[in-house]
Design a protein around this ligand. Structure first.
Ligand SMILES: [Ca+2]
Ligand SMILES: [Ca+2]
Ligand SMILES: [Ca+2]
Length: 134
């Protein structure tokens, strides 16, 4: 009789999985900087050596209007928005694990910028002249 102990070592065979493929949110164009638009979440089924997830924005963030907290997954406003210039954004968010080699997956974040009444009516020309004959 002999006892055989077999220890299984974890390998990084699971990618982080987002809890949604597509996230959507609406944010007002006058949102203060630092406001959280939405929070993404991803789980990784591996053990601790390869299940620590970090988030990043890899596409759609031209001019950096948004940031993402790499640990918490909170997408936040980083610049003043203007619906009259850009009325919406489609971000691609990546979740990467700490395995070696690392595995990752991506999700889409759609952000609509909602209008506030921040523009007064403007006359199309500054001076109007008419000639009245009497
Ligand atoms: Ca993993
Ligand atoms: Ca594993
Ligand atoms: Ca407006």
């Amino acid at each position: 009789m002999a006892t055989v102990n077999i220890n299984l070592t974890d390998v990084n065979d699971n990618s982080p999985i987002f809890n949604q493929d597509i996230y959507s949110a609406v944010i007002s164009e006058d949102a203060e900087l630092g406001k959280t638009v939405l929070t993404v979440m991803a789980d990784d089924a591996d053990g601790p050596s390869s299940n620590q997830v970090r988030f990043s924005i890899i596409d759609g963030n031209q001019g950096s209007p948004f940031t993402i907290d790499p640990i918490r997954g909170e997408v936040k406003v980083a610049r003043q928005l203007d619906r009259e210039k850009t009325s919406g954004y489609t971000l691609t968010v990546l979740a990467s694990d700490n395995g070696s080699p690392a595995r990752s997956s991506s999700a889409t974040v759609n952000i609509d910028v909602s209008d506030i009444n921040d523009n007064p009516p403007l006359f199309s020309q500054a001076n109007y002249s008419i000639i009245i004959q009497v």
